[in-house]
Design a protein around this ligand. Structure first.
Ligand code: HEC
Length: 144
């Protein structure tokens, strides 16, 4: 079968969308090495997440009193998940295109970041790299 350039490209895009988000094949060319990724992730976290989740991720940010629901303590995600940090699942939650696209069984409160990062960076790969940095940072603050 011969593929035209355009359909080959469409298939590549489809593979990127369906591959494990942070698997080796999906690749994130803009992602920094681990130490830099933690620093970059921490900076994105302080900017977009700390108001609710707190600077250290414990769920004690300054606007908690105005929320209807307590933000999760993000330092115990691994402990709550039987010792495994669920990077791909969290990535698909943070990058989901809308709240309605939540994978079954996951809380839908955190579904708005995909559209925000993608519109901000206007580049899906940079949005992926940003979320990967965020998750590298979150993984680095897991306790127990
Ligand atoms: C407006 C407040 C607010 C902001 C800003 C916010 N969150 Fe949350 N987050 C919440 C609330 C509330 C929950 C609990 C939702 C639930 O349990 O359904 C939550 C839950 C989560 C969870 C699920 C944790 C778990 O163990 O289930 C993750 C991961 C998360 N947030 C990450 C982030 C990241 C990363 C950012 C920044 C990009 C962010 N949040 C910004 C309020 C916020």
């Amino acid at each position: 079968m011969t593929l035209s350039r355009a359909s080959g490209c469409a298939i590549a895009v489809a593979v990127l969308w369906t591959a494990p988000i942070f698997g080796a094949d999906a690749g994130s060319p803009n992602a920094a090495p681990a130490g830099d990724a933690i620093t970059a992730g921490r900076s994105t976290f302080q900017q977009f997440c700390a108001a609710c989740h707190g600077r250290d991720g414990r769920g004690n940010g300054p606007i908690v009193q105005f929320l209807l629901r307590d933000p999760a303590d993000l330092t115990h995600i691994r402990a709550r998940n039987m010792g495994v940090f669920p990077k791909d699942t969290l990535g698909s939650i943070l990058l989901a295109p809308s709240r309605n696209a939540a994978p079954e069984g996951v809380p839908t409160q955190m579904m708005i970041w995909g559209p925000i990062f993608q519109s901000m960076d206007n580049d899906r790969r940079r949005a992926l790299a940003r979320v990967e940095e965020l998750l590298t940072f979150l993984e680095s603050i897991q306790e127990e």
